[in-house]
Design a protein around this ligand. Structure first.
Ligand SMILES: [Zn+2]
Length: 223
């Protein structure tokens, strides 16, 4: 009995000394040699604040962020082979290779948006709306998305917004990027039209009326 209690006390002391990664209700774990748990949490804590204020939610999103080895990321987490970050059941997974990439902050902001939506509005949001918001809140628009969006507009067999309500991560890479591009521009269109209230209502209700979805898709073809 005693050694268990003593063991717990020792771990508590170790956690305090090493600066256990907890900040803003986020629990952080890192297998990266440079980005410690504490630094990861400090970064995430700073990046999550503007995302929470965009959605007008209180700054108490509870979540877990894990930086894992690339092999764990693809083999254990089973993240899509084309991804550089992955959100599943309230946990953000980032492979170590992503931490070293120039786009790390974008990837973290993207996944933090998923976390904020999941914790405050639940998992029923149309995927194009959620992905579009996550891409929008990454910051500067990504040029690659523009090319894929133009391809989508010119395509005769284009994916409809209804088709990207679920399952983007299981699409082949080319279709997935096109689905992300359409999602981004659909959200951008709504925000440019001053329809943030419609977005927030859709998040609360977990759906967007089909008439609105059709209307957005028609407007996208002229965007
Ligand atoms: Zn995403």
């Amino acid at each position: 009995m005693c050694w268990r209690l003593c063991g717990r006390l020792v771990s508590l002391v170790v956690l305090v000394i090493t600066g256990y990664g907890v900040c803003c209700q986020l629990e952080c774990f890192s297998q990266d040699k440079i980005l410690s748990q504490k630094l990861l949490c400090q970064k995430a804590c700073k990046l999550i604040k503007p995302i929470e204020s965009f959605f007008d939610v209180k700054s108490d999103t509870v979540g877990v962020i894990k930086v894992v080895s690339d092999s764990d990321y693809f083999l254990k987490v089973k993240a899509p082979t084309w991804s550089n970050a992955f959100f599943v059941n309230g946990v953000i997974f980032l492979p170590v290779s992503s931490v070293k990439s120039k786009t790390f902050e974008r990837a973290l902001k993207h996944e933090l948006t998923h976390l904020v939506i999941y914790k405050n509005f639940g998992p029923r949001i149309p995927e194009w709306l959620e992905e579009g918001l996550a891409l929008y809140l990454e910051g500067e628009p990504n040029d690659i998305l523009k090319n894929f969006f133009n391809d989508w507009r010119l395509s005769k067999n284009r994916l409809s917004l209804f088709q990207i309500t679920r399952g983007i991560s299981s699409l082949p890479k080319k279709d997935a990027v096109q689905a992300y591009a359409v999602s981004y521009y659909a959200v951008k269109l709504m925000l440019d039209q001053g329809r943030k209230t419609d977005i927030l209502r859709a998040l609360q209700e977990g759906l967007l009326p089909s008439q609105t979805t059709e209307q957005i898709e028609r407007a996208l073809l002229k965007f």
